[in-house]
Write a protein that binds this ligand. Structure first.
Ligand SMILES: C[S@@+](CC[C@H](N)C(=O)[O-])C[C@H]1O[C@@H](n2cnc3c(N)ncnc32)[C@H](O)[C@@H]1O
Length: 228
């Protein structure tokens, strides 16, 4: 694993199964083609990715995404002052544990999301991180309806920034599917879970424990639909 180089648009991903680390290809790979993974998170504009790679791994990335700086415009869309405020706020969210801490996080997210509704699109990466944070807070506070609202808003930007077969995109769809199921939206939940499954078959493999959990959830959803 330590021999695999980095690309911001890699042909492989690493996923964990317990303590086991799996290297999985996420697209067709030609004989002799180099295997690559991403060393860093995807939700960063190219200049920040370069900074991280330089600081942590001492190299300059020459991948196509960095050369063309493709996606930077979408990532930083909207008013600069607004996304800088949200970027700072997201960076300050530590590791909330108690109900009270989650409530504080949610109140901060709600205020910033409301104040910036007309100034930033959901595709702005910092707003997207805030939507994710609001979704986490709502899940922790068992506010399923509101969690689904935020979760739904993340799906389009996730599609834009994560490759067709990306583990984080699949996990996000699974979370949204679960929330739809919790709210008795069985046909929608089934469709979302099927899409998550199609990605996870590739990113995690059909035998992975998370995929087994997803299958069980899908079966439960089908049973609930029949019983309705
Ligand atoms: C885990 S090692 C990868 C394997 C390493 N290339 C080797 O031959 O042993 C990480 C190091 O590989 C180099 N590296 C990884 N991805 C690179 C890339 N896209 N461009 C240039 N150097 C890279 C950097 O020096 C980095 O610190």
């Amino acid at each position: 694993m330590s021999l695999v180089n980095h690309s911001c648009d890699p042909n492989c991903v690493i996923v964990f199964e317990g303590r086991q680390l799996l290297l999985r290809s996420v697209r067709e790979i030609q004989i002799g083609e180099e295997l690559t993974i991403s060393y860093i998170e995807s939700l960063m504009p190219s200049s920040e990715r370069q900074k991280h790679l330089k600081r942590q791994y001492c190299f300059e990335c020459n991948c196509l995404l960095c050369k063309t700086q493709e996606k930077d415009v979408d990532m930083l869309a909207g008013e600069e002052q607004a996304w800088k405020e949200i970027k700072d706020a997201v960076a300050k969210v530590g590791d909330p544990r108690s109900q009270e801490e989650w409530e504080q996080v949610l109140a901060m997210c709600q205020a910033l999301l409301n104040n910036n509704a007309d100034r930033l699109p959901d595709t702005n990466i910092y707003l997207l991180k805030m939507l994710d944070c609001a979704m986490d807070a709502c899940i922790n506070l068992r506010r399923w309806e509101e969690a689904l609202l935020y979760g739904n808003r993340t799906l389009k930007p996730y599609r834009l920034y994560y490759s067709s077969f990306h583990p984080l995109r699949a996990v996000q769809m699974m979370r949204v599917g679960k929330l739809q199921h919790t709210q008795d939206m069985f046909p929608q939940a089934l469709e979302t879970l099927k899409q998550a499954y199609n990605i996870m078959k590739v990113t995690h493999g059909a035998d992975h424990s998370l995929v087994q959990d997803l299958m069980k959830l899908k079966e439960q959803c089908e049973a609930d639909m029949r019983a309705q």
